[in-house]
Design a protein around this ligand. Sequence first.
Ligand code: AMP
Length: 189
Amino acid sequence: MLNIVIFGAPGSGKGTQSERIVEKYKINHISTGDVLRAEIKNGTELGKTAKGYIDQGQLIPDELMIDILASVFDSFKDSKGVIFDGFPRTIAQAEALKNMLVERGQDVSVMLDLEVPEDELMTRLIKRGKDSGRADDNEETIKKRLTVYHSQTAPLIDWYKGEKKYQHINGLGTMDGIFADICKAVDSI
Ligand code: AMP
């Protein structure tokens, strides 16, 4: 199975590129942010808990996220692989993902790190907030999310380098150009 972790700061293009990867490689997509937004929309208990964290630009606790991830993963039948978008975001989540896959006789195939400079991330997220009305795409919350990214999520770069799964992708450029680089990386696994 092709198990891809798509990684990067908020606004780096993970969601957009994931859609293309799903289409080309016919794999399933787990976006933990999308799962949480759907729970909020449906007014579930999980959604209520998640909203408090998301509105503050903070991460949902690891134990909760790990349970959600495993249940979505196990809901896929006859899957050719999965793209993990927005997960893992902490070292504990990366370790849990690895264990979850090992228990199912699988592994992460590659971690794609979409790198985009900070000023560009800010511009993209503010624009997205205006276009989509996503509540956490406002300047104050974006700044908090970027701080959380640097302190809790960016250490995963070295973690995946240690696992020999790391692949850098330049996240600046046209969508097609970035996608071509991603395909090159995936096809060389
Ligand atoms: P995203 O759509 O991936 O940018 O996620 C939006 C928000 O959902 C994040 O700012 C977090 O509050 C929460 N979230 C999404 N994925 C995770 C995760 N793997 N761990 C913790 N919180 C998450």
